[in-house]
Design a protein around this ligand. Structure first.
Ligand SMILES: [Zn+2]
Length: 269
């Protein structure tokens, strides 16, 4: 593995010596199985805004929360087994907003959490607009969940991979036309000293437009991909660092495989 780019919310890596089933399994687990925190229940104390309680609850549910994976249990795995949850499987957040001066927007930054580690990933997510004298007061309960139950628990806004491209530019100078260079939307190719060369290999998404644009038949330009190398991009919603999402996905895959092994052993001969 090689890290190409790493920020707080984005991770771009090259994976070598792997195959599609493995990389795709990691992608699917990252989308559907890695748990994150999201608001699951809202108790409305006062709502004099024009939006119904349900719409506000839905907006709150879709507000990504920073997730403290190590301090919370999934509700179904929590020893309390209570439908109301306990401190190990539930975080309480409150919102108390009023438009005293005139119309104003209530942002996610006004949500107060009992746990400073479980807060909205951004303070700037608009929740509701209140007109003068309107009020919104509520208590919300966040719980861990999985993307396969509801997209609000998905830790990634994007998780995708592509084959590692392999581009062979024409060995010799070709005719004046630079159609392959001009057509590429990603500007992968460039002309240097009248020769076509690869400018940005990793940007190539194998669309083949350059090969098709070439008037020569067969085209001296070759675009292929490596069968066992991939570029994977994980973009986190901010709930978890992207590298943690990948680590958790690998752990989950391991657990699932262990389970299969277990079931095979339990099966009578
Ligand atoms: Zn509990």
């Amino acid at each position: 593995m090689e890290i190409l780019e790493k920020t707080d919310t984005n991770l771009r890596i090259i994976i070598r010596d792997a195959d599609v089933p493995l990389v795709n399994a990691l992608r699917r687990i990252a989308l559907a199985e890695v748990p994150t925190m999201a608001i699951e229940e809202v108790v409305m104390i006062e709502n004099s805004s024009i939006l119904q309680d349900e719409i506000i609850a839905h907006r709150l549910g879709l507000t990504p929360l920073k997730t403290d994976l190590d301090s919370y249990n999934l509700p179904e795995e929590c020893p309390c087994q209570s439908e109301f949850g306990c401190l190990q499987c539930r975080a309480t957040l409150t919102l108390d907003a009023e438009a005293k001066e005139g119309t104003r927007t209530v942002y996610s930054g006004e949500i107060v959490s009992e746990n400073p580690d479980v807060i909205p990933v951004s303070d700037k997510i608009p929740i509701i607009k209140l007109a003068k004298n309107q009020k919104l007061k509520l208590e919300a309960y966040a719980r861990l969940g999985r993307g396969k139950t509801h997209a609000k628990w998905q830790p990634v806004s994007m998780c995708a991979y592509k084959y590692y491209p392999k581009i062979t530019p024409p060995a010799e100078k070709c005719d004046e036309c630079s159609r392959c260079v001009d057509i590429c939307p990603k500007k992968v190719l460039a002309v240097k000293d009248e020769k076509v060369e690869v400018r940005d290999l990793l940007a190539c998404n194998l669309c083949m437009d350059c090969v098709e644009a070439c008037p020569q038949e067969p085209s001296p330009l070759k675009v292929e991909w490596e069968k066992n190398a991939f570029i994977m991009n994980i973009e986190s919603t901010g709930a978890l660092p992207p590298e943690r999402i990948l680590q958790e996905a690998t752990k989950t895959l391991g657990k699932q495989l262990d389970e299969i092994e277990h079931l095979l052993e339990a099966e009578p001969q």
